[in-house]
Ligand binder design. Structure first.
Ligand SMILES: [Zn+2]
Length: 198
């Protein structure tokens, strides 16, 4: 009897220790951050459009300015045909500045649709393997518009991914040719700072 009581006292003591002892010690519950579904970046319309085309082996993206204050794929196509170029527009893409085509509008040239060499570089290697992108404007006198730069960034990101082009091969015309193209005001460093793989 005495033994049983002693045992129940110990049991009570143990329970009290357990209840109070534990409750006074701080409890650390792992904090789970609220579940956030990653924001889905809306795929720009131009990318869905470009997904339709088959692509061949491209190595470079070559950036140009038109050295004119206005223009569009159609107007450059006309002037290039006047030079006797049977495939017309020498660039694969033209990005408008609001004069002649909408500000930031990306126009897809015939040479991209048909995956044929450009006529923009003046060097065979870069005409064959280089995707020619022309921004409308003379960037020795003015600057590309923010909309043009945004579109250029979207286009470069897309082409880099799709054609597996390294960042070192995003180049301007004057990189390999004695020309001022794409003009002294073209912010090449900004292009390099904005792409997905930089
Ligand atoms: Zn050029």
């Amino acid at each position: 009897m005495y033994f049983q009581r002693k045992r129940s006292v110990w049991l009570l003591f143990f329970i009290m220790f357990y209840v109070y002892g534990c409750s006074t010690s701080p409890t650390f519950k792992p904090v789970t951050p609220p579940q956030q579904t990653p924001l889905k970046k809306a795929k720009p319309h131009i990318c869905s459009q470009l997904d339709r085309y088959y692509v061949r082996d491209w190595k470079y993206i070559v950036i140009h300015h038109s050295a004119t204050s206005s223009g569009s794929a159609a107007s450059f196509d006309k002037s290039h045909r006047n030079k006797g170029w049977e495939n017309g527009l020498g660039y694969h893409f033209v990005i408008g500045n609001g004069n002649g085509s909408a500000d930031g509008q990306i126009e897809i040239g015939n040479r991209w649709v048909n995956q044929i060499d450009g006529a923009h570089a003046g060097v065979k290697e870069y005409n064959h393997y280089g995707i020619g992108v022309c921004l409308v404007g003379n960037f020795n006198e003015s600057h590309p518009t923010p909309a043009q730069m945004n579109s250029l960034s979207v286009l470069i990101e897309y082409l880099q991914e799709r054609c597996n082009i390294s960042s070192a091969n995003i180049i301007t015309h004057k990189y390999f040719r004695d020309t001022e193209c794409p003009g002294k005001n073209f912010p090449y460093y900004k292009v390099l700072a904005r792409g997905v793989r930089w």
